[in-house]
Design a protein around this ligand. Structure first.
Ligand SMILES: Nc1nc2c(c(=O)[nH]1)N[C@H]1C(S)=C(S)[C@@H](COP(=O)(O)O)O[C@H]1N2
Ligand SMILES: [Mo]
Length: 204
């Protein structure tokens, strides 16, 4: 299987197929569900996605408005810190680049970002890892609307980092000046989470 990226400007990994799986991971065909709590079910008519610059609102989209933003399809490998990797997963959504543009910002206002979800989950990311086609808010998986268990109606997708960074049921993205730990990061997971460097836990 090969990695194809369509309309996604992220770097294509220059690794041979044999090295496609990060160290310590095994490949699964299943799509395991990993949630730290119950699956929230926000009706689409109540759903909004907000983009915040610190404490101020930079953009907010209803479900309908969000659908009208430019859509991008990607096929990528994903890697969970519990050691499963799934190859060639197909997603559709709105890239963070397009969101920033839709909010009328010329560039990201701050270097870090916290994602906030229905249910209270949070995760932190360097903005650098979200722009340039590296991250999106995904609403479709494998050609179908994203199932609630997997983060539907919309989840963050940042495939080059461990999958806990891909926040399910995302509702708010807040730019911040300094990095701060999110949910798992404050419980001992690595602040960054690069699967290729096996950054599973704090200190790795
Ligand atoms: N809101 C929220 N997002 C979350 C989680 C969670 O518990 N809540 N779990 C994370 C973890 S640890 C992983 S591995 C993936 C699992 O996504 P999946 O259930 O679609 O496989 O979601 C991540 N995003
Ligand atoms: Mo995970």
């Amino acid at each position: 299987m090969t990695t194809t990226t369509r309309g996604f400007s992220g770097r294509r990994r220059a690794r041979p197929e044999g090295n496609r799986v990060p160290p310590g991971q095994f490949v699964t065909d299943d799509f395991p569900v990993l949630s730290a709590g119950p699956t929230p079910r926000t009706p689409l008519e109540k759903w909004t996605l907000a983009l915040q610059d610190g404490g101020s609102l930079a953009g907010r989209w209803t479900w309908e408005e969000f659908q009208s933003l430019p859509q991008t399809e990607i096929t990528v490998d994903i890697h969970c810190v519990t050691k499963w990797s799934k190859l060639g997963t197909k997603w559709k959504g709105v890239t963070i680049d397009h969101l920033i543009e839709a909010a009328g910002l010329d560039e990201p206002p701050e270097p870090y970002l916290m994602a906030y979800c229905d249910g209270g989950y949070t995760t932190n990311l360097p903005v650098e890892d979200l722009i340039g086609g590296k991250g999106m808010v995904a609403t479709h998986y494998d050609g179908e609307p994203l199932e609630p268990e997997h983060g539907g109606p919309a989840r963050l997708l940042v495939p080059h980092l461990y999958f806990w960074k891909s926040a399910k049921w995302v509702r708010r993205l807040r730019f911040m000046e300094h990095d701060e730990p999110g949910f798992w990061e404050s419980l001992g997971y690595h602040i960054y989470g690069d699967p290729w460097r096996e950054q599973r836990y704090d200190g790795d």
